[in-house]
Design a protein around this ligand. Structure first.
Ligand code: MG
Length: 381
């Protein structure tokens, strides 16, 4: 494989314009002699999947729910002895489950494809298998990106043309809890240089004051739609700015579009849409409502869709953040591959679990360090 040429190929993918004759030309020109030989030998893609349950280190409490486990589906896409790893994470509020993801993946027939580099074609087929199911779709998308990186022999961020030195600090989430536990969590979060605080109950100011009594690190605040009154939200935005909060995520319910837009216009800190914006369609529906978006692979359907969201959000002049669910190092590394493109990074999902089946990802100086290994750079334990 001519790596320089593949970078050119991948830049077509970034623009989302790899179509028709371009795709045919790219495919013909950039496929290595070894892959051509494999094709002649009749190599086919093969998808397998295994349900798994993540155990959380602390109960994960939001303004709307609390839990101690998260179901995930671990996928593998194999081509000629090389395995790409993927993952679907299914927090209950998003509506997917072990059963729904297994049903979706059972309907996917990747063996009809003999060329893993035809990513756009394969993902278009997967998209049309059934509507919805973004986490299930992400599990295939992520595995294909890992596979392609391994076949090329380069980390995927390099194939996107991204500079790992531009990856921002990642925040570490402090969930809702008693002041004593909050204090303990903040001390445990010592290696992280930005903290994310979950708000949305009646003791929000107390939570912030407890944290501020321990550390002066920059904070970001996520309300998870927990406030219902825009005047209260604006008052809190001004107060949080004084307390060193960088931005406010989904302060009001997503249905309160006019109120969210009003708040975005008046707030002294950026207002980020999370629950309101899962995919491109939501982003178009919410144009002008938020200052920025929180992109998550499990909401949008994977790395390819996330890249499109980054581009559209930037065209709208929006801030971009990349976030996660509780996930293994597999999906976190997949999101981290895009992190050099974003303003803020919130990729701590693998750090919140006690049974990560993958290794290879670490936080260095407060940044998710992109592994200099092929594909996503993670190894199954
Ligand atoms: Mg959020």
């Amino acid at each position: 494989m001519n790596k320089r040429d593949f970078l050119k190929y991948s830049s077509y993918l970034i623009g989302g314009t790899l179509v028709g004759t371009q795709a045919a030309a790219a495919e013909t020109s950039f496929i290595s002699p070894s892959l051509r030989r494999k094709r002649k030998a009749g190599g086919r893609l093969a998808l397998t999947f295994t349900p798994y349950t993540l155990q959380l280190r602390h109960a994960f409490t939001l303004s709307t729910s609390s839990r101690t486990t998260t179901p995930v589906m671990l996928t593998e896409v194999e081509f000629d002895g090389v395995i790409g790893y993927g993952e679907a994470s299914m927090p209950p509020y998003l509506g997917e489950s072990h059963e729904s993801v297994a049903t979706f993946l059972s309907r996917v027939n990747l063996s009809q494809f003999s060329d893993p580099f035809l990513l756009v074609d394969i993902l278009e087929y997967v998209e049309n298998v059934m509507p919805g199911n973004p986490a299930a779709k992400a599990s295939i998308d992520i595995a294909l990106h890992d596979l392609i990186g391994k076949l090329v022999g380069e980390p995927f961020y390099k194939l996107f043309g991204l500079n790992p030195e531009k990856a921002p600090l990642t925040s570490f989430t402090i969930g809702l809890d008693t002041p004593e536990v909050i204090r303990q969590k903040v001390l445990e979060a010592e290696p992280y240089k930005v903290l994310k605080v979950k708000l949305g109950r009646d003791n929000d100011r107390e939570m912030i004051e407890v944290i501020r009594s321990i550390t002066d690190k920059p904070l970001c605040a996520d309300v998870n739609q927990g406030w219902k009154d825009r005047n209260h939200a604006l008052e809190m935005a001004w107060w949080l700015k004084e307390k060193g909060v960088l931005f406010l995520e989904q302060p009001l319910p997503k249905e309160m579009k006019d109120d969210n837009a009003w708040l975005t216009e008046k707030s002294p800190i950026p207002i980020i849409g999370d629950e309101a914006i899962k995919n491109i369609s939501d982003l178009l529906d919410n144009k002008g409502v938020y200052s920025g978006i929180n992109i998550k692979l499990m909401k949008c359907g994977g790395m390819n869709a996330a890249m499109k969201l980054v581009n559209v959000a930037r065209a709208f002049g929006m801030k971009v953040m990349i976030g996660c669910m509780t996930e293994t190092s597999c999906a976190i590394s997949a999101a981290a591959q895009l992190s050099p493109l974003v303003d803020w990074c919130d990729l701590d999902g693998n750090l919140l679990i006690s049974n990560d089946p993958f290794s290879g990802l670490s936080v260095v100086d407060g940044i998710v360090a992109l592994p200099y290994r092929p594909g996503l750079g993670i190894t199954k334990i």
